[in-house]
Ligand binder design. Structure first.
Ligand SMILES: C[S@@+](CC[C@H](N)C(=O)[O-])C[C@H]1O[C@@H](n2cnc3c(N)ncnc32)[C@H](O)[C@@H]1O
Length: 513
């Protein structure tokens, strides 16, 4: 059975739940596809340009900086119209504290890229707070350039009493700075949704000697003799080790981990994310990374038997993750997760159609509620997807065949679908096209006629043409295909999917069959 239909019993959802890799803007995916209060842990590492561009982050976009320098600032976050809109939206509609925080930031760092960054982060953090279960935790990875602002924002979103730690991940490496100390730590802000969030301290113990050894090697603050003395004492009284403190000097950057290195910029070490996952979750809990990059969180969650959801806006990230998972866990891993391209607008969908025909097709089928046809060249020739429904609760199941066209199309393709409908004895044919249908195409569709639906109590068009724009129309997208969906059960129901099982299902899941 499909893993997509929204209307299923808890049991079905339970056994069909698969991990999810979304390819799209996380704000859209979070709002449209992830149910509230279903996630146990969020780790996020948003893109942020540090180092040489620091000055530029705080430069008012008034034209005083040479354009070339501005252009060289290759960051996702820029003070432009989109940032201004994001700022206004959160100020108008965000929770009062978050709205106030943003307005204060505007007074502090007006019209800067830092304000753009905070304006983009604010609605995403608000959504993430909603997605977390009451017992959920969130770890926001950033650097000291932005951490003080982000901490205020996190206070506004999660509440200051839900702050748990500011973790410093310390590392070493060459540095060319001459006028200040080399900047060699990242900040990870750890918050919880409520005081009920668990902390599994025994899962994050480290040997005393390990942390001292790394501290000595890196900073020299422990003199040789003192260190040796302490080490012996520690070994005597604590074989289990201690709960790792809020500074982590024992995890080397990924550049020195040859086996792990994927050359994806900003890749984080798996060991770092594993520690976070172990501290705040149990096996089968749900881990979400909305900026998942080359999939460090996804890989760490998989290794630790947690369920996971990854989101990234870059196609290259999704490709790298797929390769990474296959290398790490074998080809069969592909069956355990689903890739969902989620363009946020018709324009994005056209780009997807141009760049990746297969994923565009999958997305369109998914959007109308169909499953892809497995054997497009054999028995399913001319069919991209299928779905079944019951017109009447006592009636026979009926078939809908779907054809998706991401490129140029015309009346000939509509006629072909009509032929397929006859061959397959399908009640309805759905033709999804990126282009507006021409008069000739509409006439071809009309040729298929109408049929009386007992479920709906009216006539239904047998060959329905749906445009990509329709799939983003607030009204039409709710039920793009006209058929009696109320008469469940059905496979591949229309409407948006439920990303992961409901909370009840997840609880059941934890207990295991
Ligand atoms: C700093 S990297 C994350 C690296 C990751 N922690 C790892 O270890 O691979 C940030 C990622 O966020 C993605 N990204 C940027 N804006 C996004 C958005 N609006 N929605 C989803 N992903 C986004 C980028 O494509 C990039 O892969």
């Amino acid at each position: 059975m499909s893993s997509r239909g929204g209307r299923r019993s808890g049991q079905e959802a339970l056994f069909e739940s698969r991990n999810l890799l979304f390819y799209g803007d996380n704000l859209y995916v979070l709002r449209e596809h992830i149910r509230d209060e279903t996630v146990d842990l969020v780790y996020l590492d948003p893109p942020f340009n540090k180092g040489k561009d620091h000055d530029l982050l705080f430069t008012e976009r008034t034209g005083r900086k040479p354009a070339a320098q501005v252009k060289a600032f290759e960051d996702t976050w820029k003070w432009d119209d989109a940032a201004w809109e994001a700022f206004q939206e959160t100020v108008r509609t965000g929770p009062p504290k978050v709205s106030e925080a943003l307005q204060s930031f505007r007074r502090l760092v007006p019209k800067t890229d830092m304000l753009a960054y905070l304006s983009m982060m604010a609605p995403r953090l608000v959504e993430l707070q909603r997605k977390l279960r009451k017992t959920g935790s969130i770890y926001l990875h950033c650097d000291p350039t932005a951490s003080h602002y982000l901490k205020l924002l996190m206070d506004a979103v999660f509440g200051p009493t839900n702050f748990r730690n500011e973790i410093a991940w310390c590392y070493t490496g060459p540095s060319s700075t001459k006028r200040w100390f080399p900047r060699k730590h990242d900040i990870i802000l750890f918050y919880v949704k409520s005081p009920e969030a668990p902390f599994y301290k025994d899962a994050v113990r480290v040997p005393y000697a390990k942390s001292l050894r790394s501290a000595r090697g890196r900073t020299g603050i422990y003199a040789g003799r003192e260190y040796a003395d302490m080490d012996a004492r520690v070994a005597q009284y604590d074989v289990q080790g201690k709960v790792v403190e809020d500074w982590w000097p024992d995890i080397t950057p990924v550049g020195r981990r040859k086996r792990e290195l994927l050359h994806y910029p900003t890749q984080k070490p798996k060991e770092l994310v594993e520690r976070i996952i172990r501290a705040s979750t149990l096996p089968r809990d749900v881990v979400l990374d909305p900026f998942c990059g080359c999939g460090t969180t996804v890989d760490a969650a998989q290794a630790l038997d947690r369920r996971w959801i990854g989101i990234d806006i870059a196609k290259v990230a999704i490709d790298v993750i797929e390769g990474r998972l296959e290398r790490e866990y074998g080809a069969d891993i592909r069956k355990s997760y689903e890739v969902r391209p989620e363009p946020a607008s018709a324009e994005d969908a056209y780009t997807l159609a141009d760049e990746d025909k297969h994923n565009f097709e999958e997305w369109a089928l998914h959007r109308v509620g169909a499953d892809s046809a497995p054997h497009k060249r054999g028995a399913d020739k001319g069919i991209d997807g299928r779905m079944y429904y019951f017109d009447h609760i006592d009636g026979e199941s009926k078939l809908i065949v779907v054809s998706v066209k991401g490129g140029s199309t015309g009346p000939g393709h509509v006629r072909d679908l009509r032929g397929v409908m006859e061959r397959e004895k399908a009640a309805i044919g759905v033709f999804v096209t990126r282009r507006k249908p021409t008069k000739a195409m509409r006439e071809e569709a009309d040729e298929a006629g109408t049929y009386y639906s007992a479920g709906l109590g009216r006539m239904v068009q047998r060959l329905q043409i749906i445009t990509v724009e329709d799939l983003f129309d607030p009204e039409k997208k709710k039920r793009p295909v006209d058929f009696p969906a109320e008469a469940v059960p059905i496979t591949g129901a229309p409407g948006l999917p439920e990303a992961i099982p409901a909370q009840e299902d997840a609880k059941l899941h934890k207990k295991g069959p």
